[in-house]
Design a protein around this ligand. Sequence first.
Ligand code: FMN
Length: 155
Amino acid sequence: MNIMLLYGTETGNAEMLAEDIMSELEGDHEVECRNLSDFSPDEFDAGRLHMIICSSYGDGELPASAQPFAEALKTAAPDLKGIHFGIFGLGDREYEETFGFGSGTLAELLIAHGAVQVGERITHDASGSDMAEDVAFPWASQIVTLAEEKIGEVA
Ligand SMILES: Cc1cc2nc3c(=O)[nH]c(=O)nc-3n(C[C@H](O)[C@H](O)[C@H](O)COP(=O)(O)O)c2cc1C
């Protein structure tokens, strides 16, 4: 499968996790990893699975590197029909009112523009006992399996 792995980060955790996921997947798949700050909405590709890792910051806001992308989506309002994405959040339940809001906001925005979410959005809790990769690797593997059925292209 051809995978575009995108991350939105404030302090680098989502970037590190995205790189770990890329190492895990690239033996079997073609994977490109990019910061959302370097990705434009017109680069979405219907033949690819877009796998997004995004933290929450401030008061449940998008992290800094995802903000220009979100603004570009709102401004350009592209039609994302036929685009598939899976999304994984990084968060902390200490922020109980806004746990995982960053990835939730991004998912809603993509769906509002016509994109299809593959699988469930899971948010890792930094205050919990699990390591992020122990939650993210099984999630990534499940998303790829689901996407292979939906996109119907195993590269
Ligand atoms: C100042 C600050 C605000 C945060 N706000 C939230 C929040 O509102 N909701 C949440 O789930 N996590 C929140 N977090 C937790 C981060 O999402 C978590 O630490 C994540 O691993 C950061 O990833 P990043 O380095 O990729 O940005 C916050 C962390 C900090 C330091």
